[in-house]
Design a protein around this ligand. Structure first.
Ligand code: ZN
Length: 234
């Protein structure tokens, strides 16, 4: 299994990172994406990815966007030529809407230039993200919406734009994630914990039950999709 979104670089994991990696491997999780959030921590994101065997992404998360010097961050991002860009996106529940949009569009442009996949954080902002992607365009390498909480009817729109759709612990309770999960095509389905990778077992199980398929099929398909998305480099 591959965990399509974690933040194992966060200092809160410093105390037990080796234990987290050991538990992940013991649970059958063989890979994890570590998504950046804050330019000040990008070096740490890369170091933890190297140390744990994770796949790094660098980005200015919409929660950080209002506090970051965007020009400096974009220059830094271009210089680092990351393998993936994220988390980037829009969050209606957080402040700094104008700056969130600026940061999102500028980073999308870098991703198109590098042709690397993007990891999108979208909260109550699907229509806004959709409009920007339609106007500006996604990199040919594609991307994923992490922790999908959009309406089920928006799943085909995301797929038509070229996105994969990732589900996390939202599947463990009733709600939009659970309702949306059967609508995603098998070749666009991803799973994530946004936390400890060993927790992926419960997410995969919930997804298999909801879709009425074997756990092994979800494991295989989501791992293959993650490898395809993140190996892609033009
Ligand atoms: Zn996020």
């Amino acid at each position: 299994m591959i965990d399509a979104l974690t933040h194992l670089d966060f200092p809160s994991f410093d105390r037990d990172r080796a234990g987290i990696v050991a538990r992940a491997r013991a649970s059958g999780v063989t890979g994890w994406v570590i998504a950046g959030t804050d330019p000040a921590a990008w070096a740490r994101t890369l170091a933890v990815a190297r140390e744990t065997g994770g796949f790094p992404a660098l980005g200015v998360h919409p929660w950080w966007a209002p506090r970051v010097d965007l020009d400096t961050a974009i220059a830094d991002l271009e210089a680092r030529r990351p393998q993936a860009i994220g988390e980037i996106g829009l969050d209606r529940l957080k402040p700094g809407w104008e700056r969130q949009q600026k940061a999102f569009r500028a980073q999308l442009a870098v991703a198109r230039g590098l042709n690397c996949p993007v990891i999108l954080h979208v909260v109550r902002a699907w229509a806004d993200v959709r409009a920007i992607l339609r106007r500006d365009g996604l990199p040919a390498a594609g991307g994923m919406v992490h922790g999908w909480t959009g309406p089920p009817a928006a799943v085909p729109e995301a797929e038509a734009l070229g996105l994969m759709v990732s589900f996390g612990r939202g599947l463990l309770r009733p709600g939009r994630s659970l309702e949306s999960s059967p609508r995603v095509s098998l070749d666009r389905l991803l799973v994530e914990t946004d936390g400890e990778p060993a927790g992926l077992v419960a997410v995969v199980r919930a997804l298999a039950v909801r879709r009425g398929v074997e756990v092994g099929e979800i494991e295989r398909v989501t791992a293959a999709n993650a490898l395809r998305l993140f190996a892609c480099r033009g």
